[in-house]
Write a protein that binds this ligand. Structure first.
Ligand SMILES: [Zn+2]
Ligand SMILES: [Zn+2]
Length: 235
């Protein structure tokens, strides 16, 4: 056991297990049974490619018209209250103890052997310095451990810091992201890779990484996200 894992586990054992939402007695990782059940879980009937609700769980029209570079999206929750608050506290207040709780919500959706390796969406080094951690890497660590998956820490780098995507239309967003990532071919070639992030909104950033991974020889790419946001200004 590495020392970081040892200290994490020792720390968790010493904490009284309190629900992070209501303060009641928590079961499992950080939530009581009622608060966990009340989370905005995504409906079972959703598009397997983009994870948005779709009748009978069929591939949705948007994914049929314009198939993304990835094969499948696995997501647990809708990006809505209180999930937005939990993810915001992890990301912007640095409450890293929320990462195992959020990862646990997704873990139940994933069957053993679904992919060969897990790749957290890399942050640009300047953003990483400013934030001090990469939330995707924090989420990936407990998930990889639980699912017994190798974690690809260094297989991809964000080589270009892209301006914020909000306000750009789809075509401009895609153009804005071209060449944002560099991938180590030998780590991804012939493998089925899951790319992990906290939230999928338009999917443009995950799509660019998926495209780069496929170009580098990845066999299949899945997107794994804790929460799915409904795309803005859906038209
Ligand atoms: Zn609770
Ligand atoms: Zn879809």
């Amino acid at each position: 056991m590495n020392s970081r894992l040892f200290f994490e586990q020792a720390f968790l054992r010493r904490l009284p297990q309190r629900c992070r939402l209501c303060g009641g007695a928590a079961r499992g990782i950080g939530l009581c049974a009622d608060c966990r059940a009340d989370l905005p879980w995504l409906p079972q009937a959703r598009c397997p490619v983009c994870a948005l609700p779709s009748p009978d769980g069929q591939v949705c029209g948007a994914c049929l018209r314009q198939p993304p570079a990835w094969q499948r999206t696995r997501a647990a929750l809708l990006y809505d209250f209180p999930v937005d608050g939990l993810i915001g506290a992890l990301k912007y207040r640095g409450d890293l103890s929320l990462a195992p709780l959020l990862a646990d919500c997704l873990a139940g959706n994933i069957e053993p052997g679904a992919v060969d390796a897990l790749l957290p969406l890399p942050l640009h080094p300047a953003r990483l310095r400013a934030r001090g951690f990469n939330q995707a890497a924090e989420l990936a660590r407990p998930l990889a451990r639980r699912l017994g998956l190798p974690l690809l820490h260094a297989a991809a780098r964000r080589v270009r810091d892209t301006p914020p995507q909000a306000g750009l239309d789809r075509a401009a967003r895609l153009k804005n992201l071209r060449g944002a990532f560099a991938v180590q071919q030998e780590q991804v070639r012939g493998r089925r890779i899951a790319v992990l992030d906290d939230v999928m909104t338009s999917g443009a950033t995950l799509g660019e990484l998926a495209r780069t991974l496929k170009q580098a020889g990845a066999l299949e790419v899945e997107c794994w996200v804790i929460a799915r946001a409904l795309p803005p200004a859906q038209s």
